[in-house]
Design a protein around this ligand. Structure first.
Ligand code: NAD
Length: 413
């Protein structure tokens, strides 16, 4: 189903979620206004330079040139929209609890400009009840008096940056709305941009499903991270064990160990779940335990790497390869490599890093692969990183990515 000509969509937040959504909606026939309160990002986007790896400059430039897309920091343009989606970050605060300040400010920003009969959808990840208890009261209390009827739904985004198989269009979308008319409109919107929109009974079900999906990944990664340490003590290759278990045709899904978990979703969303559990008088102890195991991995990796360096070297030079939280992106949010670097420094190492997709990280700049080191840690396997250069020089590599199993000079985690 394509959008009817001239239908206007406003997307609040033009990041990893909002910009790909904008391009998908343009492809589906929508006129899209991308609202972002970060002025420099708006200028960058409008100049045709994409801040998101999955959207090429060419794609963005063609959307801008067609007149079907523009970015702005002016919330009043929301007035033109029949559908408004909120795609702003939902991080943790310093107590590692949900920080909904940006979501609240986005809801507050759009409210005076929500037109009558508009549909407001939250795509941001949050705990169940966020749409009904936070967003709807803000919008209803601040909307124009002549906007008599506003519709609401929750449709958590599932995009997986740098995934070449699954994207906004072919990943089914969950939609939970507050009433029948909101549901009808939300399904029609998502059916216009996705191959499949799946209706669930309430926004809370959609919000909870998103937390379950990402918590599933967190606990399985923790399981395999813990299992890795047990295998290592016994001299068993965890990768071979995972390969072996994967031959079972049902009931097993392979997850691989690594430096930890990173990005805006996997380390963060499960803590929305643990907080929500506590708020409701429950406890998500299993999830909390998984979180602790993943947090202990950077130290484990640091100790494993330094254990591979010759005894006589008191301040070993360690080169970290890949600092982004996953391959193919330059996104360093919540990267576990940050804790890895801190542990290495605390253990007396001199640390440098190399990542072709990251130009500055925590105030430091990358080094070239010819930086002299005693050991290298492959933390994230970025495209275009020729680590064979190091092997030729006889430098040992601790591979946390399962990329070079069986290669001389490479020790898998
Ligand atoms: N990145 C992912 O892989 C992914 C996947 C699925 C879901 N999500 C969820 O989607 C949401 C957005 O994540 P993201 O990765 O796109 O974040 P992002 O940081 O890449 O982009 C968010 C954008 O929102 C803008 N912004 C912040 N506050 C704003 C406000 N009040 N008004 C207008 N603009 C504002 C920022 O300037 C930024 O450009 C989060 O809830 C996240 O958990 C992310």
């Amino acid at each position: 189903m394509r959008a009817q000509h001239g239908q206007v969509l406003a997307i609040i937040g033009q990041g990893y979620v909002g910009l790909p959504l904008a391009m998908a909606a343009v492809d589906a026939g929508w006129t899209v206004i991308g609202v972002d309160n970060f002025e420099a990002k708006v200028a960058q986007i409008n100049s045709g330079s994409s801040p998101v790896e999955d959207i090429s400059d060419l794609k963005l430039q063609s959307a801008l040139a067609s007149g079907a897309y523009r970015a702005t920091d002016d919330f009043s343009s929301v007035t033109e929209a029949s559908v408004i989606t909120i795609c702003v970050p939902t991080p943790l605060n310093e107590k590692r609890e949900p920080d909904l300040d940006l979501l609240k400010s986005a809801a507050t920003g759009i409210s005076p400009y929500v037109s009558d009969e508009a549909l407001v959808v939250s795509e941001s990840t949050s705990y169940p009840g966020t749409l009904r208890e936070i967003i709807i009261p803000i919008v209803n209390s601040l909307k124009p008096t002549n906007s008599k009827r506003v519709y609401f739904a929750s449709a958590p985004e599932r995009v997986n940056p740098a995934d070449t198989a699954w994207n906004q269009k072919n990943t089914p979308r969950l939609v939970g709305a507050i009433d029948a008319e909101s549901k009808k409109r939300a399904l029609a919107f998502y059916e216009s941009i996705c191959d499949a929109a799946i209706s669930v009974s309430t926004p809370e079900v959609a919000e909870a499903a998103k937390l379950l999906e990402n918590t599933f990944r967190l606990v399985n990664i923790a399981l395999v991270n813990e299992f890795t340490q047990l295998c290592s003590i016994s001299g068993i290759s965890v990768q071979e064990v995972i390969d072996a278990a994967s031959t079972k045709p049902y009931g097993f899904m392979p997850f691989r160990p690594g430096v930890g978990v990173g990005g805006h979703c996997i380390p963060v969303d499960p803590l929305y779940l643990t907080w929500w559990a506590r708020e409701n008088g429950g406890a998500a102890t299993f999830v909390e335990s998984a979180d602790s195991i993943n947090h202990a991995m950077p130290r484990y990796v640091a100790e494993r790497a330094l254990g591979m360096v010759g005894q006589g070297i008191s301040n070993p030079k360690v080169l970290i390869l890949g600092v982004a939280y996953k391959p193919g992106v330059g996104d360093v949010r919540e990267t576990p490599v940050s804790a890895l670097r801190n542990h290495l420094n605390a253990l007396g190492a001199v640390v440098a890093w190399h990542d072709p997709l990251v130009s500055v990280w925590e105030g430091s700049e990358p080094v070239d692969l010819d930086w002299h080191c005693d050991i290298a840690i492959l933390a994230t396997k970025q495209p275009g990183m020729d680590i064979k250069q190091l092997l030729v020089k006889g430098i040992q590599i601790l591979d946390c990515t399962n990329s070079f199993n069986g290669t001389l000079g490479v020790t898998p985690l």
